[in-house]
Design a protein around this ligand. Sequence first.
Ligand SMILES: [Zn+2]
Ligand SMILES: [Zn+2]
Length: 451
Amino acid sequence: MAIDALSCCLRISSLRVLARILFTCLLCLVPIAVLAEDQTAGSSITGTPPPRLPVVRRLSEQFLEQLDQQRADLAKEVVASETPYPFVRGTFHFHSRLSHDSVGTLEEITAAAKATGTRIIGFTEHKSREVDVVATNAAGWRDGIYFLAGTESSNALHWPGREGENDVRFLCHLEEIPTFDREKYDGIEIYNTHSDAKDEPISMLISAMVMNMGAVRDHPESAFCSFLDYPADFLARFDRLTIAGRYPGLAGNDSHQNQALRVAALPDGAIEVRDYADEVVWTDNGLRAKMLLAAFGQKENPVERTELANVQLDPYEISMRHVGTFLQLDEVNEQSVRKALRNGRIILGFELIAPLPSVGFWVERRQEPVGTVGDEIEIKEGMQLRVDLPATAQIRVVRNGQTFASFEGKQLTLDLHAPGVYRMEALQTLAGQQYPWVITNPIYLVEGERQ
Ligand SMILES: [Zn+2]
Ligand SMILES: [Zn+2]
């Protein structure tokens, strides 16, 4: 059913995992912040990250209004800067009407791409007996957007070879696959929107959405952020994989545009909520129903079933903006896109938190850039790691899965003395909650001859 994006496991483990991760980060942070402070201007991150509010609070009118306001304020601070390695916005793991669980059209998808600055879309349709979903789908340039036609099956996103290029395969829905053969895939999802939503207690999530239907409708982007978590489990596995050898990670948007809630009042005073497939996902005939009826201005029970609201929770534009997979390439074509994916020239940006018109994470020596994410670089005397963000954030540089430097600011320069697998993440605190904004693939610094 349609709410399966929000359903499955009724786990509250995400809260515990998040708390554990944040606590662990804090422990590592103390000596590291001092190290970073010696090398850059700005202030180090101090204090305890805020505790996660319950979902019913995160969907309240008051919270969503505050989040909308603070997102708008942060967006005003964003200023793009020149970086030596420019990135192009893409979105991967994407479904259209060719999949059994979506009715989205190519026109809607193209419009969403244009609205979000997305230039590359990697379709991954569910396979079908009736139609060849790869041959039928858009591939190559269409109306200014570059498309890859592919499939999703057995936890693999698969883009069959085209224009002389080899197949590309990424493992998806990591939470369902405890172990796998890394050689069978070119990389993994290090974030997936459905996986993220699934770890909320579903009954609470639907109930919170229904009770706050007006607020959800009026603040659709902030409401979409309500389930956004730092992908701690995925990143822990990604760190282990990359420490063992170069391995790319992308974001799975898993966009379907199929999450709708249709609220109806029934003659007996009950309220009924159905999803896009017309399945009942929530009913109530008690106090909550009365409150909802009042909220919708219904003073008396209707004579017949009456629809009160129909809210699309995941329009393509919002689920696309939610997270982007930014690829480092100069020119968009079949070869360059596949190469960037295979080589991990990838940065994830959560743009409902703040726009990401530019992002930089690279190594330089004597002010000359020598490589960026996905690259393997021989470490030499005088090399420095550079971070450049378009707005102030809580920056964390991770080396071999451990916090290496932690800092609040826009730019960061760190002297490099040791080989290792270095990646960067930037977090934002909005409305008292911490959200991931940027997560990069690693730069691999290997032992080289000293000069
Ligand atoms: Zn699907
Ligand atoms: Zn999917």
